[in-house]
Ligand binder design. Structure first.
Ligand SMILES: NC(=O)c1ccc[n+]([C@@H]2O[C@H](COP(=O)([O-])OP(=O)(O)OC[C@H]3O[C@@H](n4cnc5c(N)ncnc54)[C@H](O)[C@@H]3O)[C@@H](O)[C@H]2O)c1
Length: 460
């Protein structure tokens, strides 16, 4: 064991959560050795270069502070486990696609595999930290697996869910709203919890580090995501009503959000939420509720996902109807493919569904995005139809019948829309799925403009 460092921290899983979280811990705590391991060799190799495997503003600077000093990336999982005092597990926990609970419950196979790797390899007591988002009561299964060993070693399982948002991960990690750490309310449990508190106390103010029992901690993460997604679905449901009544969803959101009991954040109507977490975590909550026979609770939350699907469908339908009920062979430029701005992540992006639907209608789809084209190509592998990928938004829009903004990249706010209008087929249509453009200005240029939840500005 390395004697140079006060603690040896291991993280299993070098993805969107494991990489940035451990980089921040290492940067803020030079006294700890932090090793991040993964089964994916390519990913580990990329973490060792300046072309990181994920795009996240400011992340490379944080990685560079610590890499090679006290931050290491490796595929040597067993060596990492043996050397560590504390193991964060941040492997993926996607929705199960097979068997019991398919389509709703969390697939814990990656999670359980890490538990078995730890059990097989560990030679001393360790604290295991649940960083992944997990169904409530997973810690109990984890403890049972780990403490079934006959080596005389004990594992303390602690929950420390991650609340970072992609696109703002570095700021979220450096200045978190809160860090939540849950443990068993036993003497051992509280001691283990304190060890994790001590890590974050190196840079997070003590009033932002909250502790709880382990089940509350596990459940709080699912509930946080469910509440956030619920706000998006709530305002999106109202956007549909606004379109029928000439109300303006941004004005409504502003008026509603000024109420301090409600607050203004996350009330931005859009084409829908995406990302790897919201849908899967809500469905997980639905599944857990159903498994306790709480069907009304399950239905309540399931509707948050339904409204999201409705919003995506509505958007496609509007494009088809507006373009005179046929988009066959019409060129449609999609501005943005990532599920949100400032990330290359496309998991569950509304753009995937929208592209597939447009292709079904035989449209000629051109996708542009500053960071997500590689992922878009993977997502759309096997999709049939005329599909192009284009780095340059001006080229994407050339000869297009319509532009649809699907991601709120700043870049799209500042394009030369006169130039875009000149190069497009007429009448030229723009569908602003994120309400980020200056609609009046676009109308004055000559576009027919279709925002979300606001009156259309149209000449036809
Ligand atoms: N992405 C987010 O914004 C976010 C935010 C908060 C919480 N979470 C949660 O964090 C967890 C991880 O999410 P992510 O987005 O980082 O996923 P990810 O897919 O980006 O990363 C997971 C990594 O774990 C690795 N892995 C899987 N099994 C392994 C094993 N047995 N040994 C070693 N490595 C293994 C995979 O190769 C992958 O690189 C999930 O539970 C997710 O719900 C994600």
């Amino acid at each position: 064991m390395s004697k140079k460092f006060a603690k040896n921290i291991l993280c299993i899983g070098a993805g969107y959560v494991g990489g940035p979280t451990m980089a921040m811990i290492a940067a803020k705590c030079p006294q700890y050795k932090v090793t991040v391991v993964d089964i994916n060799r390519e990913k580990i190799k990329a973490w060792e270069t300046d072309k990181l495997p994920i795009y996240e503003p400011g992340l490379l600077d944080v990685v560079k502070i610590a890499r090679g000093r006290n931050l290491f990336f490796s595929t040597e999982i067993e060596a990492g486990i043996r050397e560590s005092d504390i193991i964060f597990v941040s492997v993926n926990t996607p929705t199960k696609t097979f068997g019991e609970g398919a389509g709703k419950s969390a697939d814990l196979q990656y999670w359980e595999k890490t538990a078995r790797d730890i059990l097989k390899t560990a030679e001393s007591d360790k604290i295991i930290v649940e960083k992944s988002t997990l169904p409530v009561r997973t810690a109990s299964a984890m403890e049972r697996i780990l403490n079934s060993n006959d080596k005389g070693i004990t594992f303390d399982v602690v929950s420390n869910p991650e609340f970072l948002a992609e696109g703002t991960a570095v700021i979220d990690l450096e200045y978190p709203d809160r860090v939540l750490i849950g443990s068993r309310e036993t003497e051992r449990g509280r001691r283990a919890r304190q060890e994790i508190v001590d890590i974050f106390a190196n840079w997070v103010p003590s009033d932002k580090i909250i502790t709880s029992n382990i089940w509350s901690s596990e459940l709080s993460k699912l509930v946080s995501n469910a509440f956030l997604a619920q706000r998006v679905s709530s305002i999106n449901s109202i956007s549909a009503l606004c379109e029928k009544t000439e109300a303006d969803v941004q004005e409504v959101a502003r008026a509603v959000g000024f109420d301090t009991r409600i607050g203004g954040k996350f009330l931005q109507a859009s084409v829908g939420f995406g990302g790897s977490c919201f849908k899967k975590d809500i469905l997980n909550l639905v599944y857990i509720s159903e498994s306790f026979g709480l069907n009304e609770v399950a239905e309540y939350w399931e509707n948050v996902v339904r409204i999201n699907e409705y919003q995506e469908k509505r958007f496609v339908k509007k494009i088809i109807q507006t373009l005179f009920n046929t988009i066959a062979n019409k060129r449609i430029a999609l501005f943005g493919f990532a599920f949100k701005a400032n990330t290359g992540d496309t998991r569950e992006s509304p753009a995937i569904y929208i592209t597939k639907q447009l292709l079904e209608e035989h449209a000629h789809v051109v996708i542009t995005d500053p960071k997500a084209l590689d992922n878009a190509r993977i997502d759309l592998t096997g999709a049939e139809g005329t599909l192009e990928y284009e780095d340059d938004p001006y080229k994407a829009a050339k000869d297009a019948h319509a532009v649809a903004v699907l991601t709120e990249w700043d870049l799209y706010r500042t394009l030369d829309y006169n130039r875009i209008f000149e190069s497009m087929e007429k009448p030229a249509f723009i569908f602003d799925g994120r309400n980020i453009l200056n609609h009046k200005k676009l109308y004055d240029i000559g576009f027919n403009v279709y925002p979300i939840g606001k009156p259309e500005l149209t000449r036809i």
